[in-house]
Unconditional design. Structure first.
Length: 202
């Protein structure tokens, strides 16, 4: 998800620099493709949702709580790890919500939402906002109110306040695009989700 800028420094050499290449790197790059023995094809065709979930779990992600407020003033929040940077200019982010979520209408119709990126050690907070049995997930949680009237978590390492740009249903999820309008951050390492469990950066 990161975007890295590269800077080209002026070379201090007045002549081309020749670095000897290992013999193995001098071999042709085009190698013949060999067919699988016994007529077998590459890979597996097991696309069962449980299988795919386990496979995709090999890709570590961050953890965030998305928050918004309904027109009648009710605060709504849920835990996600389906979050990505989409564009820097304009500043756009993307996250997704399963279409059978009870909060689908709230987020699909809201004008603003906030992405609260959790820090290492905030597993309990992540689990709280992921638990459908907790009626008011904001009880005993320190929050602030933004200029757009959206509640945000004070303890998040990074918070992105977004205008709801647009959304689109794709497969069994709703993709939501937000345009970042305000940000806040504090020092801290991110909480990480990998292979079905919380962890942190080494």
């Amino acid at each position: 998800m990161s975007h890295a800028a590269t800077a080209q420094a002026q070379a201090p050499f007045t002549a081309p620099l020749h670095v000897p290449m290992p013999a193995t790197l001098n071999q042709p790059l085009h190698m013949p493709i060999q067919a699988m023995a016994n007529g077998q094809s590459w890979g597996s065709d097991d696309l069962h949702p449980k299988t795919l979930r386990n496979l995709l779990g090999s890709y570590p992600t961050g953890v965030a709580v998305v928050t918004t407020r309904t027109p009648d003033g009710r605060s709504v929040g849920l835990t996600i790890n389906s979050f990505a940077s989409l564009s820097l200019d304009p500043p756009l982010v993307l996250w997704s919500l399963v279409t059978h979520s009870p909060n689908l209408a709230v987020f699909s119709e809201c004008s603003h939402f906030a992405i609260n990126i959790l820090g290492s050690g905030q597993e309990e907070l992540a689990m709280r906002f992921a638990n459908p049995k907790i009626t008011n997930k904001f009880d005993d949680v320190m929050v602030e109110e933004t200029c757009a009237g959206i509640p945000v978590l004070q303890s998040a390492v990074t918070t992105l306040l977004c205008e709801h740009d647009h959304n689109r249903q794709t497969g069994d999820h709703l993709l939501l695009i937000g345009r970042v309008v305000r940000t806040a951050s504090r020092p801290g390492s991110p909480l990480v989700f990998h292979a079905g469990r919380f962890t942190s950066l080494p």
